[in-house]
Write a protein that binds this ligand. Structure first.
Ligand SMILES: NC(=O)c1ccc[n+]([C@@H]2O[C@H](COP(=O)([O-])OP(=O)(O)OC[C@H]3O[C@@H](n4cnc5c(N)ncnc54)[C@H](O)[C@@H]3O)[C@@H](O)[C@H]2O)c1
Length: 349
């Protein structure tokens, strides 16, 4: 059986991806990379048969890889993706695709030129609940979609406070680009990825900034964002995200889509990382609720899905093109927040 030769860069989130690919029967975890030797060593114990590198370029030069997974800080996504694509590898890049639209477009252009695949790790599509809702939506349960509301609010969850996540030149932004990117993608996926038109948005940094000043840490991104997105098909999407906000819940994730015939909701259970979906419709004139009971996601994880699609020569979901659409929305949200004006979303290539 042909197996894909995979290398993974970044042993933070990347450790979970490594586990996934290590246990998949169709991939060989050939190499792992982290610039931080102690992190690399921690992972080396788990994947002793993989070659370890602190230098990404060295791995690309020495290993004949089919696929590279990028789980590194956001400012490295573009250069690392381009290097892998040019070395002939398919790339599964963590979200957000890049720091901004210009970078995302560059990545797409290189992927097209190199005839390699580019997938973005919109992992929340790969929950059983999201998949079941998508199947129902594709079967027409919603009718014409006109509204979505999507958000991820944390009471107090600023990742690695004082580190790269809170520095705009390394992350591109705060919870909007970190958490919002997932939840906007999930909403757009369920809405059929309509073309975004206008944005009106605001961002805030009250809690994060005060904490950073108190602790003497770097923090120049938002801790809360609110945005309204309109689409060329007339639909609207309401977005709210926070790393810190005065709410009861630790983590509150909810994506709701409304259509002429029905509505769906995807939400987390007990403030954690388990999910459920629900469908609301009129059945013979009677308001009815349906709660799918999926047994996992038939696509597998985002990692194994990408491997399987490459080997089976099938299209993968969560494409680079969708990642770039997301970047156009995020850029326009930040622009609207900065200018305090509505912003027209840029057109993609
Ligand atoms: N899909 C998801 O649900 C999800 C969850 C968490 C993080 N992420 C994304 O994954 C990426 C990484 O986030 P994280 O939480 O793992 O961050 P992290 O800081 O914990 O880990 C990043 C790792 O990259 C390594 N690194 C940095 N520069 C490097 C270089 N030049 N060469 C090799 N290694 C280098 C660091 O040493 C570190 O171990 C981000 O883009 C983040 O948005 C996605």
């Amino acid at each position: 059986m042909k197996k894909l030769r995979v290398g993974i860069v970044g042993m933070g989130m990347g450790r979970h991806h490594a586990k996934d690919l290590h246990s998949h029967s169709r991939s060989d975890l050939v190499a792992i990379v982290d610039a931080d030797e102690s992190r690399l060593e921690e992972s080396a114990g788990q994947f002793p048969e993989s070659q370890q590198y602190t230098d990404y370029e060295k791995m690309l030069a020495e290993q004949d890889l089919d696929m590279v997974v990028l789980a590194i800080p956001n400012f490295l996504h573009k250069p690392f993706a381009i290097a892998a694509l040019e070395a002939g590898c398919h790339v599964l890049c963590e979200k957000p695709m890049a720091m901004n639209t210009a970078e995302a477009e560059e990545m797409l252009a290189v992927a097209r030129k190199s005839d390699r695949r580019l997938m973005i790790n919109f992992s929340y599509r790969f929950t059983g609940a999201a998949h079941a809702l998508k199947q129902a939506v594709d079967a027409g349960v919603l009718g014409d979609v006109y509204y979505g509301r999507t958000g991820w609010l944390r009471r107090d969850g600023m990742p690695g406070f004082g580190g790269w996540f809170g520095q705009k030149n390394k992350s591109g932004g705060g919870p909007l680009i970190d958490l919002g990117v997932h939840k906007i993608d999930l909403a757009l996926w369920l809405m059929g990825y309509p073309s975004p038109e206008w944005i009106l948005a605001r961002t805030y940094d009250h809690l994060g900034k005060a904490r950073a000043e108190g602790l003497g840490k770097d923090f120049d991104v938002e801790d809360f964002a609110a945005a309204l997105v309109t689409f060329d098909n007339g639909a609207t999407l309401d977005v709210t995200v926070s790393w810190a906000s005065h709410i009861k819940e630790k983590e509150l994730m909810e994506t709701r889509i409304l259509g002429t015939k029905g509505g769906v909701v995807h939400r987390n259970i007990n403030e954690g990382y388990e999910f459920e979906g629900e469908i609301f419709t009129d059945f013979n004139g009677v308001p009815s609720n349906i709660q799918p009971q999926p047994r996992g996601c038939p696509l597998g994880s985002s990692m194994t899905h990408f491997v399987d699609c490459i080997l089976d020569d099938k299209p993968h979901i969560a494409t680079g093109e969708e990642g770039a659409t997301l970047m156009r929305i995020l850029d326009a949200i930040y622009e609207s927040a900065a200018s305090r004006e509505p912003v027209r979303v840029g057109r993609g290539s």
